[in-house]
Design a protein around this ligand. Sequence first.
Ligand code: NZQ
Ligand code: ZN
Length: 386
Amino acid sequence: MYNFVFKNPVKILFGKGEIANMRQELPEKAKIMLTYGGGSIFKNGVYDQVKAATEGLNLIEFGGIEPNPKFETLMKAVDICKAEKVDYLLSVGGGSVLDGTKFIAAAVLFEGNDPWDILAKSSSCPVTKALPIGAVLTLPATGSEMNGNAVISKIETNEKLAFGSPAVMPQFSVLDPEVIFSLPERQVANGVVDAFVHVMEQYLTFPVNSPLQDRFAESILKTLVEEGPKVLANRTDYEAAANFMWSATMALNGMIAVGVPQDWATHMIGHELTAFHGIDHAQTLAIVLPGIMHIRRKEKEAKLLQYGERVWGIAEGTPDERIDKTIRATIRFFESVGIKTTLPEYGVPGESITKITNRFAERGFKIGEKADIGPEEIKLILENRL
Ligand code: NZQ
Ligand code: ZN
């Protein structure tokens, strides 16, 4: 196992009715901006619950944060925060609203010339200060509610980039599984697949003798496989909703990442598919992951065999046969929740692959747990399937 430092200070308020209990987490004297998305919170009662819990506080609202939140939209909120002297942000929505809020929190205190550098120069100039954030999560998927990451898109350049900083970890996140009751099927499926692939990014690499992290990871995968279909079949199954919601949070709150190598190539390639074609984040992951498993079958062999056996019960045959069956089982699972897994099914033309590989060539660095996936490998990953 590798050395690690681990700190996760996010306070979680989990369960039915917990939105009402967030008042004690909010500063009484702050000027708060409530951020939200396209309006789902008005239809499912979440807005009313938040308003009741924040009654009497000094609150302004900023709505319209899109799925795959846009830099251009978020900068409008940054201007308002500065003009209105906002000093606390309350995100009410899914991962996009929360990621967007994290960007706003960092951009309000950003001292450089171009706030896009928060994303573009995230590794050389990491964010060190941000406005404090509280969150009410309405969609289990990203893990954003308990991590310091955010992914932001820029319309002008068709870019989708990430940044991460402990400064933007929420001070608290409310996770009430009843918010799931109003989720459309597509968003439940997206959430299940996104959380599943988050685990895979931190697990499907190479062994470093970390049996505890491995078993944590496998337990999250198996729980998603069991509970995801229950949520899809019956949106008001509270127990299934609760198990799904906590699985998605645990999938990306740093706990299974400690002391182990991490991949993230599926996400980095997937972000380009969203940037160029607007494909939902989770759908891009379902397209890319099977290609990575196939093309990196030698490099990932030990973990592929372990994953196949422990998650899907595949233990018969030669290693290659077992890996083939394991990839097929993964594809079948994605398809079973209603997520298509090939580029043609999303209408993506072949030339897009070149646009994507060119982007990685321009960036000049390789991705994956061994930093050995470059443009040529990405082409194979996107073209090759079992
Ligand atoms: O905008 P509203 O009207 O709220 O509707 C949203 C949106 O249309 C709707 N929705 C959310 N909660 C709902 C609901 N509809 C009914 N009932 C509810 N309770 O769902 C739609 C999608 O929402 P969005 O926030 O975009 O989904 P998700 O949570 O999957 O977030 C995706 C974004 O997170 C990024 C992705 O790249 C993408 O931009 N990611 C963030 C990560 C992180 N911060 O750690 C990691 C992930 O890998 C991911 O990259
Ligand atoms: Zn993701």
